[in-house]
Write a protein that binds this ligand. Structure first.
Ligand code: PLP
Length: 385
């Protein structure tokens, strides 16, 4: 922007190089289509279906009581915490509820990072974490591998130094699907006893593998989870961290105890209680994932599955592919610019029915591109593809 800046106070040094998040504005895009034209919002890995119907019922019942919104929520979500501790299988004092799991990631940076501390991050991964780390002055040490779709523990271990304060692992990793189990995480925790080993399990419910057992012998391990993905509550913002009780107490020094709103707390309690709804959605995603990978591959588009609710398809011209799909009210994520991800588009997996609609639209744009390829202007197949 060429606009002259107003004279505001000088930013703190560690945020001077940060830029605001570039929005992927599919909600605005979706509103441009007629209502009967089913949108397929498959760009942010949110659940593609509504949460448990009991969640909406409970919220409506709650709102009927006039004295609920003018009071602050339960501090530290203290009624939800024991339910989560039981659900996860850890002891008292080992769960901290946060305003989305992003809030937990921010909190652990605020609590543990001094300026100049090193933060080891295998990439490509979920980059929002890097903003939290950098804002606290963390120095990001990126670990890249020749094949980002394979776990590369030796390279991660080799990047650890005495200055390492956080190692950030996403499991299953977004977008590659790489998983770190409790034994992998224990090895990292032993190699970096002075560091917090953070395992972001945002997609845990789809995969079942967890690093939580590593916490028992390694108090420097923290696992974060969310209600935004499999539980379908992304709009309400609630997640949690699982850690050694002393680490939870450390987080509480900085954490805003009323940071999680009352509706989110109720929704999470109710969603957690409806495991049948969760199981059904996870089973649907699993079936839909097999269908999608098989059909995209059959269409000549190489496609890799992941243990989470997304797959990675490789196309000749990812930007054009995404644009053509957006014109059909389908939103997917171009990951082409990430290291080792040339040509890759990430697609969130919904139900089998939704994936059949997606495949129909993919066939339509491939067909349009094939006929356009004969004309001088090239479609998504790209020149010489
Ligand atoms: C989506 C996502 C999150 C964000 O979770 P919220 O609980 O909605 O803040 C965190 N980590 C990863 C890896 C994600 O993909």
């Amino acid at each position: 922007m060429a606009q002259k800046c107003a004279s505001i106070p000088r930013l703190k040094t560690t945020v001077q190089d940060l830029v605001p998040y570039q929005p992927v504005s599919s909600l605005d895009d979706i509103r441009r289509f007629p209502l009967e034209d089913e949108p397929l919002k498959l760009d942010w890995n949110e659940s593609t279906v509504a949460p448990s119907p009991r969640v909406v019922e409970r919220i409506q019942g709650f709102l009927a009581n006039t004295h609920h919104l003018n009071w602050y929520p339960d501090l530290f979500s203290h009624r939800l915490v024991p339910l989560l501790e039981e659900h996860v299988g850890v002891g008292a004092g080992q769960v901290l509820v946060t305003n989305g799991s992003d809030d937990a990631l921010d909190l652990l940076c605020k609590t543990f990072l001094d300026p100049g501390d090193e933060v080891v991050v295998p990439r490509p991964t979920y980059t929002h974490f890097l903003v939290f780390a950098r804002a606290q002055g963390g120095s990001v040490v990126s670990v890249t591998s020749r094949d980002p779709f394979q776990q590369d523990l030796p390279s991660i271990l080799a990047a650890i130094t005495r200055r390492t304060k956080i190692v950030y692992l996403v499991s299953p990793n977004n977008p590659t699907g790489v998983v770190y189990d409790a034994r992998d995480v224990a090895r990292v925790a032993e190699a970096a006893p002075q560091a917090l080993v953070v395992v972001d399990e945002a997609y845990h419910e789809f995969c079942g593998i967890t690093a939580v057992p590593a916490i028992e012998d390694h108090p420097n391990v923290v696992v974060t989870r969310t209600f935004s993905k499999a539980y379908g509550l992304a709009g309400l913002r609630i997640g949690y961290a699982v850690a050694h009780p002393d680490v939870v107490l450390a987080f509480q020094r900085v954490h805003n105890p009323k940071g999680v709103n009352v509706i989110a707390q109720i929704a999470a309690k109710t969603a957690l209680d409806d495991q049948e709804h969760l199981r059904r959605f996870v089973a649907d995603v699993s079936e839909a994932k097999r269908l999608l990978v098989a059909e995209l591959t059959a269409l000549g588009l190489p496609c890799r599955s992941t243990p989470a609710n997304y797959v990675n398809v490789t196309v000749p011209d990812p930007a054009a592919f995404c644009r053509a799909l957006a014109a059909c009210n389908v939103y997917v994520r171009d990951r082409d610019s990430l290291p080792g991800m040339r040509g890759v588009v990430r697609i969130t997996v919904g139900t089998p029915r939704q994936m059949r609609v997606l495949l129909d639209r993919v066939r339509t744009i491939l067909g349009a591109a094939a006929s356009a390829a004969e004309a001088p202007r090239v479609g998504i197949a790209g020149a010489g593809a």
